[in-house]
Structure formats: structure tokens, C-alpha cells
Ligand binder design. Sequence first.
Ligand SMILES: C[S@@+](CC[C@H](N)C(=O)[O-])C[C@H]1O[C@@H](n2cnc3c(N)ncnc32)[C@H](O)[C@@H]1O
Length: 320
Amino acid sequence: MSGKQEIKIIQETFDINAIYARRVFASVNISNFLEEARQIITSKPKPFVKWVGGKRQLLKQFRLLDLYPPDEFDPEKARYFEPFVGGGAVFFDLLPRKAYLSDLNFELVTTYNVIKNDVEKLITSLKKQKYNKEYYLKIRSKNPERLSDLQIATRFIFLNRAGFNGMYRVNSKGGFNVPFGKYENPLICDEKNLRKVSKALQNVEIKHQDYKFVLKKAKKRDFIYFDPPYHPVSKTAAFTSYTSQGFGEKEQIELRDTFLKLHKRGCFVMLSNSDAPFINKIYSEIKKYGVRINKVEAGRAINSKASGRGKITEILVTNY
Ligand SMILES: C[S@@+](CC[C@H](N)C(=O)[O-])C[C@H]1O[C@@H](n2cnc3c(N)ncnc32)[C@H](O)[C@@H]1O
């Protein structure tokens, strides 16, 4: 028996994606599957950083539109790529067995790798952090280039938890410049989750590199999710300061061309961006190859015809 019905029950009961539901089903006893599934799902790791542009709240909309994950993607045979990983909301949602993650933010990538390889030392180090403004400013002023990997990861998580709104923003010289957060009692060291994340990363390669590396690695039937810095909807709304290099029109076009190459290779490709005229234009140019532009609204899914003036929509481009 394939367990199709049980997988569907797991998926609906816990409101999770089909791929993860299949994986959960594979590790439970059929006689007690729902209770065992509950235990696995409630102890699932979650993103360890707050990240601007994080996709957690939109994932459900992607699923309702039946665009995520791609039906035909088989994580037992093919690999998952997230080349603009940030907080990794989609990676943590799917939890694929074999994945390649990367980002151009060096401190973020170092932190992923320290969690993967040295989580106990990181937990000990995080527990020593103090939550007050003076200490925050002292840690913020350190130059990450002079720190060890463990210190970079400690500083990165500490600043993300203690800084204003969990933002990551750097100036043109790459200096972190987010103000102190003034929270009641922030959880600087979520040790349980860090250990789970570490376990989940054991089969994962995480590198500091440009998203284009994916062209060297991805093969037919692999699944690639691109979540680049969004194109500004208006000239004043720009937020592209995750790294000291920006992501302008030229970069968006190069990314579109990368999308098309992967499509022609037979990969499953999904891409998020803002619903800006420029982005619609460049992806409309490749519709003739079978690429689709879908509109997603936070809180509600709408189809590609509804334009909904005044509502904040994003686009989800897919080739399947
Ligand atoms: C919109 S965020 C990704 C958010 C992520 N999906 C999440 O859920 O948290 C974009 C990410 O792209 C990274 N980035 C910017 N330019 C890049 C490039 N050329 N190659 C790879 N990553 C890049 C940024 O550091 C940032 O983490």
C-alpha cells in the first residue's frame, strides 16, 4: 500500500506540504501514524533568524495555488536548491534530504555552517551574551573580518535577536547598522531549535557564493527556488541592503535568464519577486516557453488575472 490516504490525512491535519507529509509518513508506524506524525511535526526545526523578506507567511498561499511544491519533484531522487537562502523558510518547510543552500551574506552562511558543525560550542557561547544596549553596541561595533567563525555566528544570532525588528542592514561599507531592539526578554539562545537545525543541516551543503553556482550543479528534475532581493515597487521603496552590493535591473535580467536556462534543462523552478511592472515585463518575455506568472497576496491567493488595486501582491513565477 502506498499510504496515499494516510499521507493526505497527515497533510490536512497538520496543514503541511505534500513532500514533507510523505517524508513523515515514511518514518511512522501505520498502526499509530497520526500520533507519531504529530510528534515528528511538532519537533520540526524552524528558521533560526528573522529575515526581512522571509517567506514563512506566504508558503500557505503557494500551496493553496497548488504551485508548491511541484507535484513531480521527488526528493528521494533529485535535489533541492535555495541559492538566496536568507532565513531559509522554504528549506525548513520542505526539509528535503539533499539540499544545496547559499547566500552572498558571508556572516549568515558562516552561521549556518557553525550550527551544522559546532552547535554545542555555539550554544555555550550564546548563553554568555548579555542583553543591554551598551553590550549590544559593543558587539555591533566589532569587525567580523577579525573574528573566528564561532564568534561570527554568536554575534550574528545575538544581533538578530537583540536588534530592532530582527533586521539585517548594512551600509555601503558592509558595516551592520541596525539599532538596539528594546524587547522585554528576548530569547537569544533557542538551544532546542539550534540542535534541531544542526541535525537538519547534516546532509546539506551551505556555501557563500553567488546564486549562479546553481547553473554548474543543477540537473534535470532538481527543484530550485529563487527568492532574490525584491525589485522596488516604487523608486522610494528600495530595500536591497542585505549585502553591500545591490541587486538592480541588470541583475534581475540575469536572474531571469538563469531561470530560463534551468527551465530548458528540465529543472523545476520557482521564483518570488515583487509585483513590479519591470518584473512582470521581463518574465512575460519568457511566457512563450511555458513559464507562468502567478500573483500571491499575503493572506489570500488570487489568480493571475486579478490585479486588485491597492492590495499588496507579489509574484510567484513557475515553469511547471
Ligand atoms: C529575499 S531574501 C531571501 C529570504 C528567504 N527566502 C527567507 O525566507 O528568509 C534575499 C537573499 O539574497 C541574498 N543575496 C543577494 N544577492 C545575492 C546573490 N547575487 N547571490 C546569492 N544571494 C544573494 C541576500 O543576502 C538575502 O539573504
